[in-house]
Each structure stands twice: as structure tokens, then as C-alpha cells.
Design a protein around this ligand. Structure first.
Ligand SMILES: *Cc1c(COP(=O)(O)O)cnc(C)c1O
Length: 232
């Protein structure tokens, strides 16, 4: 399998991007986005050192959860329906895709019930793309304020899915925008809110995202190869 070689290429590029902007390598965490990929491939990535895995479907995450070692950190990066929240709480390390108060309320309720605290990111539709999830840039700060008042849920930062582009430089302004929203929120000093994490950058644009401050990059294709949806 090419996974080991792919990871080496990505690691080199992460290090170069960090060097370009004077950031520490350990401040950028790589999430292996394993959606649609078989467990054997995740195990291979695990053997190569990956501990953070991202999935976009609850059922798939839960199925894979039991098949990988217990020190894996599972990231929910896809749109989340309220009726599925109960399957995730207690298993997921970080939910990247919280984009409404109603969803946050459901997570909070389930977290209280299970006696745990759930870490989340608020997803922002920075490019204001039609048909994409995420709160608007205008509503991001007030949504963070509202969620911050709920028990057993901790906001750790923001997430965005930038447009699909050929030239990653075209997404730089959206990454900068996400960072600026985080700065605005930090200045508000809201209890229960920390803005340490910026989840942004995928296979096509992660180096640009790193130079704009990404702390989590989410890479699927670059590690596991193209996804095949025809058999799903
Ligand atoms: C699939 C997916 C990724 C990874 O995309 P690649 O282009 O394959 O790296 C990252 N983030 C989210 C939210 C995704 O759904």
C-alpha cells in the first residue's frame, strides 16, 4: 500500500509549510480522513503513526471505532443529525461540524445524561457556498455565545470546508477569515470558549491553511487515494 509513502510526502510538506511561516510542527495536527475506506487501510495508517481519524458518517465511525485500538482519537467532520448524536457522545474526541444551536443543545443534553463533556468546533461556511453546511460568517460569533451557555459542551475553535479549487491560493482569504473570526471571539472573552483550534485545509489546500494558522488539517485523498462511491 502507498499509505506510508503518502504520509511521508505529506509530513515533508507540513514541515515546509510550518517553516515558511515560522510555526512549530507540533502545533499542526493531521487528521487522516478515512471515510469510505476499509478498516485494513486505517490499520495501516495507524501502524504508520496516525492516531487521529476523521469520518463523516456516524454509523461508519461507530463501526470502525470497535475495530481500531483504543488510543485512536475519532473526529466527526460531517454533517450531524440530532437523532444520531447519542451514538457519538462518549466515543468521539472532537465534533467539528456543529452549526446550529439545536444540534448543540442535543449534544449538551446527551453529554449531561452520560456525565461527560463533549468538545466541539463551530463550523463556518466561510465562502457562503450554497448547499454547504456551516453557520454564516455573520452569525458565527452569536452562535458561539449561545452554545457557550450550554452545560457539558466545550467549544475549542472553528472549522471550515473551503471551496473546491484548482489553485489553493484562492482559498487563502477564507482561511484568513476563519482565523479573524476566532480572534474576534477571543476578544469577547466568553466563558467556556477557547479558540485554540482552527480545523481547515484538505488534500488540495492544506499548506495554504497551515500558513493561515490551521491547527487541524483534514486529509483523505492525499493519504488513502481517491474515494470510490460507486459501490456504496
Ligand atoms: C472528505 C473530507 C475531507 C478530506 O478531503 P480530501 O480532499 O480527500 O483530503 C476533509 N474534510 C471534510 C469535512 C471532508 O468531508
Amino acid at each position: 500500500m502507498k499509505i506510508e509513502a503518502n504520509l511521508k510526502v505529506i509530513e515533508d510538506r507540513i514541515q515546509s509549510a510550518c517553516a515558511v511561516c515560522g510555526r512549530e510542527r507540533e502545533d499542526v495536527k493531521l487528521i487522516a480522513v478515512s471515510k469510505t475506506k476499509p478498516v485494513e487501510m486505517l490499520k495501516e495508517a495507524y501502524r504508520c503513526g496516525c492516531r487521529d481519524f476523521g469520518e463523516n458518517k456516524v454509523q461508519e465511525l461507530v463501526d470502525k471505532y470497535d475495530k481500531l485500538p483504543g488510543d485512536v482519537r475519532w473526529h466527526m467532520i460531517g454533517h450531524l443529525q440530532r437523532n444520531k448524536v447519542k451514538y457519538l457522545v462518549g466515543k468521539v474526541y472532537l465534533i467539528h461540524s456543529v452549526d446550529s444551536l439545536r444540534l448543540a443543545e442535543e449534544i449538551s443534553k446527551e453529554a449531561v445524561k452520560k456525565g461527560v463533556c463533549v468538545s466541539v468546533l463551530v463550523e463556518v461556511n466561510a465562502a457562503d457556498e450554497a448547499g454547504k453546511f456551516g453557520t454564516t460568517v455573520e452569525n458565527a460569533v452569536s452562535l458561539v455565545e449561545e452554545i457557550s451557555r450550554l452545560p457539558n459542551i466545550l467549544i475549542r475553535g472553528l472549522m471550515t470546508v473551503a471551496p473546491y479549487v484548482e489553485n489553493p491560493e484562492e482559498n487563502r482569504l477564507y482561511f484568513a477569515m476563519l482565523r479573524q473570526i476566532a480572534v474576534d471571539i477571543i476578544h469577547k472573552n466568553i466563558d467556556n470558549v477557547c479558540m485554540k483550534e482552527l480545523s481547515m485545509g484538505m488534500t488540495g489546500d492544506y499548506e495554504t491553511a497551515i500558513t493561515e494558522g490551521a491547527t487541524y488539517i483534514r486529509i483523505g485523498t492525499g493519504i488513502f487515494g481517491e474515494r470510490d462511491y460507486t459501490s456504496v
